[in-house]
Design a protein around this ligand. Structure first.
Ligand code: CTP
Length: 131
């Protein structure tokens, strides 16, 4: 069985999130999703998510294309998570293009960057609601 892994915050869940998860699942037989902890999101994006970790993990975990979710505590632990879940493919949106190629030196994994869905992001939705 081919196990795929992807990571993200998935705050204020939107169509771009659904599309990356659907496309990731097409590349494997089992999809595992690392959901950023609230603290990791703060360190990555300088803000706390609107929905807390438990809520974001419940939403993503309820999707039929997602087989398992777990808490991602640190970007540097990617290779450890890949080994732990026995993943053979790491899928990320192309806003991260090239940024996780280093994991290939630590484990036997293929790294694929998929194009982002145009014109939607959590940040844009929050801005739109605010204005
Ligand atoms: N993603 C995507 N298309 C979008 C938005 C996000 O494919 N339009 C992907 C990202 O590339 C990433 C995953 O969804 O692999 C989770 O992204 P996340 O950072 O949680 O969502 P964003 O909407 O980009 O959030 P923000 O605006 O806070 O950066």
């Amino acid at each position: 069985m081919k196990i795929g892994i992807t990571f993200g915050t998935f705050d204020v869940f939107h169509f771009g999130h659904l599309r990356i998860l659907e496309r990731s699942r097409e590349l494997c037989d089992k999809l595992v999703v690392g959901i950023s902890s609230d603290e990791l999101n703060f360190s990555k994006k300088g803000k706390l998510p609107v929905y807390n970790f438990e809520e974001r993990a419940r939403i993503v975990g309820a999707l039929k294309v997602v087989d398992e979710v777990f808490k991602e505590e640190s970007l540097e632990l990617k290779a450890e998570y890949i080994k732990k879940f026995n993943a053979s493919v790491l899928i990320m949106g192309d806003d991260w293009a090239g940024k996780f190629d280093w994991v290939k030196e630590h484990c036997d994994v293929e790294v694929i960057y998929l194009p982002r869905t145009p014109s939607v992001s959590t940040t844009a939705i929050i801005e739109k609601i605010r204005s």
